[in-house]
Design a protein around this ligand. Sequence first.
Ligand code: ADP
Ligand code: ADP
Length: 239
Amino acid sequence: GAGIRFDDVGVTYPNGFTGLRGVNLSIEPGEMVAIVGLSGAGKSTLIRAINGLVPITDGQITVGDVGLRGLSGRRLRQLRSEVGMVFQSFNLAKRTSVINNVLMGRLHHTAAWRTLLGAWSKGDVELAMQALERVEIVQKAYANASELSGGQQQRVAIARALAQKPRVILADEPTASLDPPTSHVVMRDLQQINAELGITVVVNLHFLDLARRYGQRLIGLRGGEVVYDGPGSEADESV
Ligand code: ADP
Ligand code: ADP
């Protein structure tokens, strides 16, 4: 996994809204961090700033040894290829197979002609199948993505991120569309991936109980500022 540093990071949107303000954080390689806060607290902004989807207007974010500010387009694409993203709404291509969705994670790691022709290499297919095994969806590899339940779709999205062989996985409210039992399955998958593969995981969670349980470290945001940074088990309702 890669470490992530925030040095005095501020994000002001073009309309003048504050996304983040004076954020200092040091996330160690292989750490799993849960971000909590009310709607509008800055959780999505923080996640998106890490892979350059939101430009920072103050300070610096460093992923591994790469500083994001002033990064060329080519190096930003390189960085994004090493950062897996998981979204609230899964963002799968619904009309194609599960395995094809997972192979999308190989897009930036494989020759363009292969991806255009769908002529994936044996290595790419093996990686995709391994990723599906890890989230226990391998028996659905050739099903259409739309046939899967919400929880299964989210696990396919996690497998797609894994197929990138990422150094970091960023998950933006990955359980927000799921019921509580399914939320736990998805969080356990993320926890296992973190523990067994050493991939750094940063996950936004709307519900404090999930964050307390799965965030060895919990970061609370309010108005774009860090108001809590400590063990999940010690965080109370005020974070
Ligand atoms: P979330 O709380 O999960 O970030 P929101 O409903 O707040 O979801 O935002 C949904 C989308 O709208 C996001 O892409 C976000 O960047 C954008 N957005 C949020 N607030 C504003 C705003 N004030 N002006 C423009 N876009 C916004
Ligand atoms: P959260 O994910 O915790 O709900 P966000 O990061 O989405 O919080 O939003 C933090 C603040 O930034 C909010 O005030 C929101 O309205 C604003 N914001 C988010 N996205 C945009 C955007 N694209 N344009 C303008 N303001 C935005």
